[in-house]
Each structure stands twice: as C-alpha cells, then as structure tokens.
Design a protein around this ligand. Structure first.
Ligand code: SAM
Length: 314
C-alpha cells in the first residue's frame, strides 16, 4: 500500500477540470491518477518505468477504459509516448519522484537496508543493478557516486570498505552492504542508519534519476499548453534542487535587461510562472499520519504562452 503524499495540494496545483488531459508520469500505486480521474471528467496518461506499477495501472484502466491510457516508460520516453496517443499538447504533467512503498517494502527489489534481499534497486528491472556497481566500479568511482548522489561525507571510507570486502567475496545482498557500512564505518551523528545515504546514492545512480528528472521537466516545458500546470513532488534535497533551479531558470525573472553587463546574453523569455517559489511541505497532521511524507516538497508552475520565435521549444 502506498499512501499518496501531498495529495490535496497536488490536486489544487494541477487545477483539475473537465475535458482536460493530464500526464501522471509516476503512476506508482495510482493514488494521484485515481484522485485526478475522480475529481473531474478528464483523461490521464499514466506512465511508470516499473512493470509492477503498470500492472496496477492496467487494473485501474478496467474502471476507466476511455479516460485512462497506460504506458511503461521513463521520463525520457514521454515525447514518444504522447506521439503514440497521439496528442500534441497536454494540460498538466505531474511527477511524484522517488520510490513507491511497493518498491521499498518488497525485499526482493533490494531498495531497503531494513530487509535482506538481492542488492538490485532497478525500478524497471533492467540494466545495471546496485550489486553490479558495488562489485565492479573502481574505489574512486564508487566514492564519487556515494558522495555525489548521497552527499555522504564518509564516501571514501565506505568505498574503501566495499573494495576490501569484495576482494574476499562479491557483495550480493542489501544486508551484506548495510552491515559492512555499519561495522566498518560506524554510526552517523544525525542518528540516520549509517547506510542510508549510500543506499540513496546507489538507487539514484542505478536509475539515472537526476538526469531523468531534468528530461521530465524539459518535456513539460515543451508539451504543456498555455496555462497548463507542472507539478513536481520531491523527496530529498538533490531532487528538489533540480526542480528548483529549473523553475528559477525558466520563470519570470526579476532581473531587467537594462542591468545586463556588456557582452552578457539576453536571457530567453520565461516559460513558467512559479506558483510556490518556496515550495509546499506536508502539514504536521500529514507527517504524523504518514511519516514517509516528512521530507516531501511540492513545487508547481503555470506554462506561459510560447514565444513566437519558438525559443521555448528549442
Ligand atoms: C513515489 S512513487 C509515485 C506514487 C504515486 N504518486 C501514487 O500516488 O501512488 C514513484 C514512482 O515513480 C516511478 N518512477 C521513478 N522514476 C521514474 C522515471 N524516470 N520514469 C518513470 N517512472 C519513474 C517509480 O517506479 C515509482 O513507481
């Protein structure tokens, strides 16, 4: 069971209405898609990279055969997915990044250091797994992954411990890795499990998550109709930074052209109006009902009219 996070806030930000077409690019357990379909007589294109999420979406489709379209794919596939529908523009795109409770609570998927399972972490079940990375990357590359995607200050010590253990035997399971970090590198001052940030880093690397977010946001810029809404829910600072800097770059600028320095390029006209420059966090009530929501943040923006020179579709 996955409890949708910031659900009411998402519905409000998406400005759901009859006759509109929305994309839920992270179907997961379908909480967002279901709420959108229930709120208005609209249509939803539901996408997820995880075949198990797609099975759940197909079940929901039985209830909404004419209003729900289901596709397996990643954010980079969104342009080709809308071509298949086919549509040229959509009225809203919603992303709820990260993993679903279905994924994190299934030991065989290998996302969690709380359960024993294969060190996998592939949302789509394809490509390089976390075990492949841990057992084949050089010590320096491992440290870089753990530092860049986990912001783990002990990345070098963790990478060294991994390389020393794998000389004896490959690291195959979640608990082998979690226990290694705990025993060799020890606890953290912030009382997080010592393996938390390493697991986050491996998951982001395995699923190419940050690049995918950038591509998803660019898709929204290119395919939203005027007044269409972009809604993005993030779960940690790295994800949030990508969304925040995209919106800052693409939103109405305070800077005036007259203040440009000589030789400085005139910035391209804005494509979005940022609805909540500070983002929206869950209420205390939501956090106590669903502690997993505590680090979530919702950002949303309205698509401004595209400019005649087509700059926003570059
Ligand atoms: C937090 S869950 C979404 C939960 C959903 N909003 C709900 O209410 O049930 C995130 C989902 O996004 C999917 N996902 C993550 N990155 C993706 C990507 N780049 N492309 C497609 N799906 C992705 C995951 O497989 C997961 O099912």
């Amino acid at each position: 069971m996955h409890i949708p996070v910031l659900l009411k806030e998402m519905q409000e930000a998406l400005a759901i209405r009859d006759g509109a077409l929305y994309i839920d690019a992270t179907f997961g357990g379908g909480g967002y898609t279901r709420a959108i379909l229930e709120q208005a007589n609209c249509q939803v294109i539901a996408v997820d990279r995880d075949p198990e999420a797609i099975q759940r979406a197909e079940q929901l489709k039985a209830q909404y055969p004419d209003r729900l379209f289901v596709f397996q794919g990643v954010f980079s596939d969104l342009p080709s997915i809308v071509e298949k529908v086919p549509v040229e523009k959509v009225d809203g795109v919603v992303f709820d990044f990260g993993v679903s409770s279905y994924q994190i609570d299934t030991p065989e998927r290998g996302f969690s250091f709380r359960f024993e399972g294969p060190l996998d972490m592939r949302m789509s079940g394809e490509g390089e797994s976390a075990a492949d990375i841990v057992n084949t990357y050089s010590e320096e590359d491992l440290a870089n992954v753990i530092y860049t995607y986990g912001e783990e200050y002990r990345s070098r010590r963790i990478a060294r411990a991994i390389v020393e253990l794998r000389k004896v035997k490959p690291i195959q399971t979640t608990l082998e890795l979690a226990n290694l970090i705990k025993s060799r590198v020890g606890g953290r001052p912030d009382a997080q499990h010592p393996a938390t940030l390493t697991f986050q880093a491996l998951r982001i690397k395995v699923n190419n998550e940050l690049i995918e977010i950038e591509r998803g946001l660019k898709f929204a810029e290119d395919f939203l109709s005027t007044d269409g809404r972009l809604v993005a829910v993030t779960f940690h600072s790295l994800e949030d930074r990508v969304v925040k800097s995209f919106l800052r770059q693409k939103s109405v600028r305070k800077q005036k052209q007259s203040r440009l320095l000589p030789g400085e390029k005139v910035p391209s006209p804005p494509s979005f109006h940022d609805l909540y420059p500070k983002g929206i966090a869950p209420s205390e009530t939501e956090i106590s009902a669903n502690p997993r929501s505590r680090s979530a943040r919702l950002r949303a923006a309205v698509r401004l009219p595209a400019h005649k020179d087509g700059e926003s579709h570059a």
